[in-house]
Design a protein around this ligand. Structure first.
Ligand SMILES: Nc1ncnc2c1ncn2[C@@H]1O[C@H](COP(=O)(O)OP(=O)(O)OP(=O)(O)O)[C@@H](O)[C@H]1O
Ligand SMILES: [Mg+2]
Length: 171
């Protein structure tokens, strides 16, 4: 990993303070042009959250975030990885990629804005709705990007008291 990328990633470590709390971490590699990894990782995360007894709505929201974030790495970047960290009060979805980066984040967040190629659009993607949906379904969204280097996306879904993993008896 190059120095610039390392610096970019270190700016955005997920929740240092939660590292001492009980947590479940799922990790996936996102390979180049790996169009299956988004669906596969979303399904795996969904199953894990269901097993933990989290609310249907939370499970669905996290699965959508995972799918859209991973798809963006596959479509717009070169490669990267996904981490999903489940701690008692929240689920953190983190993607880190090596790629062209996002020159204008505000523009990228707009509904309908997409730089997807015709080829990608023919595959049914490129509606420019991924990032707006991630924003809608998460409580907190933090994106850091450097042109020509890569992008780090962190989305957090907080769990209401009743959904706490501790209460579900898993940790
Ligand atoms: N990881 C990324 N690396 C580089 N550019 C990105 C990344 N994620 C998003 N973008 C940029 O932000 C734009 C908007 O992303 P968004 O997910 O909202 O739409 P989309 O991926 O183009 O279409 P859809 O998600 O609806 O299939 C993308 O078209 C692309 O220009
Ligand atoms: Mg997208």
């Amino acid at each position: 990993m190059n120095e610039k990328l390392e610096k970019l990633y270190s700016m955005n470590r997920p929740d240092k303070e939660s590292e001492s709390k009980p947590q479940i971490k799922l990790e996936f590699k996102i390979g180049e042009k790996d169009f299956n990894v988004a669906g596969e990782s979303a399904l795996k995360v969904k199953k894990t959250l269901q097993q933990l007894g989290l609310k249907t709505e939370v499970v669905r929201n996290v699965a959508i975030i995972v799918y859209e974030a991973v798809m963006n790495v596959v479509i717009h970047a070169n490669y990267g990885h996904l981490k999903v960290i489940i701690v008692p009060e929240k689920v953190v979805v983190l993607t880190e990629d090596t790629g062209i980066g996002i020159p204008d984040l505000e523009l990228a967040m707009k509904e309908g804005y997409s730089t997807a190629t015709n080829e990608i659009r023919e595959m049914g993607f490129g509606a420019g709705m991924g990032l707006p949906n991630i924003k809608q379904y998460s409580h907190k969204l933090n994106i850091k990007s450097q042109v020509g280097v890569g992008t780090v996306l962190e989305a957090i879904v907080y769990l209401s008291f009743k959904d706490k993993i501790v209460k579900a008896g898993v940790v």
